[in-house]
Design a protein around this ligand. Structure first.
Ligand SMILES: CC(C)(COP(=O)(O)OP(=O)(O)OC[C@H]1O[C@@H](n2cnc3c(N)ncnc32)[C@H](O)[C@@H]1OP(=O)(O)O)[C@@H](O)C(=O)NCCC(=O)NCCS
Length: 224
């Protein structure tokens, strides 16, 4: 039996994303979590690799070497690569280069992702066009984004997004709110209030229509 107190063990709060843990859980396209052994180191390429592993698991439920590599050419991956590069350059105090890569990302992929935005390992961009993410956004591991998603500031405050969050196409998340771990945001929702852990929010303004426990979020183990 899993208890709420165990959730934090599995899903570290977004504040921990820079500390460098192993993301053992990944989100599948059936909105369930599967565990996969994966080593993560706090370096640009390692983080990018985790993004590709997460994408492979999202689409195929597994992440062999070739499947993971194939994710590079999938829609949305270029935006992830350029965001990670701009972020890494910014951290290396190469601000001008970071700004150039940020602009190239916006022009080539249509994704405007602030280079100072802190997004944990396992970022999956399904389609990049129209994505706008403010520089001060903090998001945990395994964030999955559809196209035209906006995560932005309202009254000077920016959302904090938990781990294993799925954001459907066209969703807008604004203001100083917290989107909990394992939350699912429906297509075209406008989220301006907190979403609890495991919550599904839809509509304008968004309302929480269901809350899944951690147990309900875990994928059934595959039969041997
Ligand atoms: C929000 C979402 C994740 C919920 O999925 P779910 O848990 O399977 O929810 P259900 O389909 O059982 O729907 C539950 C209720 O919410 C409503 N609902 C679902 N998604 C909605 C949305 N985006 N906006 C408004 N209402 C929505 C359903 O009509 C249903 O209402 P009812 O109970 O009155 O019939 C899913 O509907 C969604 O919006 N996914 C985004 C898909 C997407 O963006 N795909 C493109 C990716 S690039």
């Amino acid at each position: 039996m899993l208890h709420d107190s165990m959730v934090t063990k599995v899903e570290a709060p977004p504040a921990a994303i820079v500390a460098g843990d192993e993301p053992r859980w990944f989100l599948t396209r059936h909105a369930t979590l599967v565990s996969a052994p994966h080593r993560w180191r706090p370096r640009f390429l390692s983080r990018l690799r985790t993004d590709l592993v997460a994408k492979s698991i999202f689409f195929h439920g597994k992440a062999g070497r070739w499947r993971t590599l194939a994710m590079v050419v999938k829609d949305g991956s270029m935006a992830t690569v350029l965001y990670r590069l701009a972020h890494a350059l910014g951290r290396a105090r190469l601000g001008l280069l970071a700004a150039v890569v940020y602009k190239v990302n916006a022009m080539l992929t249509g994704a405007v992702i602030g280079r100072r935005a802190e997004i944990g390992p396992g970022l999956v961009i399904l389609h990049s066009h129209g994505i706008v993410i403010n520089s001060s956004v903090r998001a945990g591991r395994n964030l999955v984004l559809g196209n035209n998603v906006t995560i932005g500031t309202e009254k000077g405050k920016t959302p904090v997004i938990g781990d294993n969050v799925y954001v459907g196409t066209g969703a807008v998340i604004i203001g100083g709110i917290r989107v909990g771990n394992r939350a699912r945001i429906g297509a075209n929702a406008v989220v301006n209030k907190d979403v609890p852990d495991g919550g599904t929010a839809v509509g304008v303004p968004a309302r929480v229509i269901k809350v899944r426990s951690l147990e309900e979020s875990l994928a059934e183990p595959e039969a041997a």
